[in-house]
Design a protein. Structure first.
Ligand code: SF4
Ligand code: SF4
Length: 293
């Protein structure tokens, strides 16, 4: 089972929820940080035995321009405008390339040769509790996060196949392309929000963005007790289950500020996240039942 922990905006407590669920999941689970622009799950899970490597994207180069007949086949194919013809001269914009490899295949003269664009870093290891952990970190200046996310997702799927673990994905905030890329493998999507007009606004956006995927969704309200009833009202009216509430308290804020996993704060909090895990598994079960109906 893959669970994506997402939110319509940053700062709602998404990573807190991911780390806390990982520490109380109760069966083999991996923690995967797909928020590659600002990965911070490791700050809570403190992984050890780290292995880090650079990640690259295969992009076209034209080492021998004379081999290009300017037929335009690669330009017509590339939907990302990474290739362009200026008269008889082919121009390549590697920073726009998404690495689909299509241009290599359509070139009739073999003029295009694979080169590399550095995307960032891939890291893997084990948390202090022995859980597998994966993360990507986008290179500063790299504009596109989905190609690096796809490499982390490929590792994640290999891990599931090898170790048979469940996966908790810390997704990037928002509802743009990276957020959608992060939730597309999920069996369940958890939407973390806070009970404020801002939280409500972004929760609505997230629900609309993820609804077409047809995955069960549940809402976690962080800083419960703060703000108003708008989020509760919206969840009730739209049939979104509120699967957990994390109370707003100074003790939680202090524990968080010290880099602690909130679920390990005390027995009550452990119990709260254990129950959240059970609710998530129930949501996942509802998807299976719907698929077999
Ligand atoms: S690999 Fe794909 S995205 Fe990149 S330049 Fe070629 S056709 Fe365009
Ligand atoms: S497909 Fe090959 S020959 Fe045609 S324009 Fe592109 S690089 Fe040149």
């Amino acid at each position: 089972m893959i669970v994506a922990v997402a939110s319509g905006k940053g700062g709602t407590g998404k990573t807190t929820v991911t780390a806390s669920l990982a520490s109380t999941w109760g069966r083999p689970v991996a923690a995967v940080d797909l928020d590659v622009e600002e990965p911070n799950l490791h700050l809570f899970l403190k992984p050890e035995a780290l292995r880090e490597e650079n990640a690259f994207l295969e992009v076209p180069t034209l080492p021998e321009p004379a081999r290009c007949t300017a037929c335009g086949a690669c330009v017509d194919l590339c939907q990302f405008k990474a290739l362009s013809l200026f008269g008889q001269r082919l121009a390549i914009f590697p920073e726009l390339c998404h690495g689909c490899e299509g241009c290599f295949r359509v070139c009739p003269t073999g003029a295009l040769v694979p080169g590399q664009r550095e995307l960032g870093e891939l890291s893997c290891g084990r948390t202090s509790e022995g859980l597998p952990w994966l993360s990507g970190r986008l290179r500063i200046g790299e504009a596109m996060s989905p190609p690096l996310m796809n490499q982390v997702r490929a590792r994640m799927k290999a891990l599931v196949a090898e170790e048979g673990v469940d996966v908790l994905v810390d997704a990037p905030p928002g509802v743009s392309c990276p957020a959608l890329a992060a939730v597309q493998d999920a069996d369940v999507i958890l939407l973390v929000t806070e009970p404020t007009p801002f939280g409500l606004h972004d929760l609505k956006l997230a629900r609309e963005a993820f609804k077409p995927l047809g995955r069960p969704m549940g809402v976690v309200i962080n800083r419960a007790g703060l703000g108003d009833h708008g989020v509760h009202d919206f969840c009730r009216e739209s049939g979104l289950p509120v699967v957990a509430e994390i109370p707003f308290s100074r003790a939680v804020a202090v524990h968080y500020a010290q880099g602690g996993v909130v679920a390990q704060m005390d027995e009550a909090m452990r119990e709260r996240f254990t129950r959240l895990g059970e609710s998530v598994r129930t949501l996942a079960g509802s998807r299976k039942e719907a698929a077999h109906a």
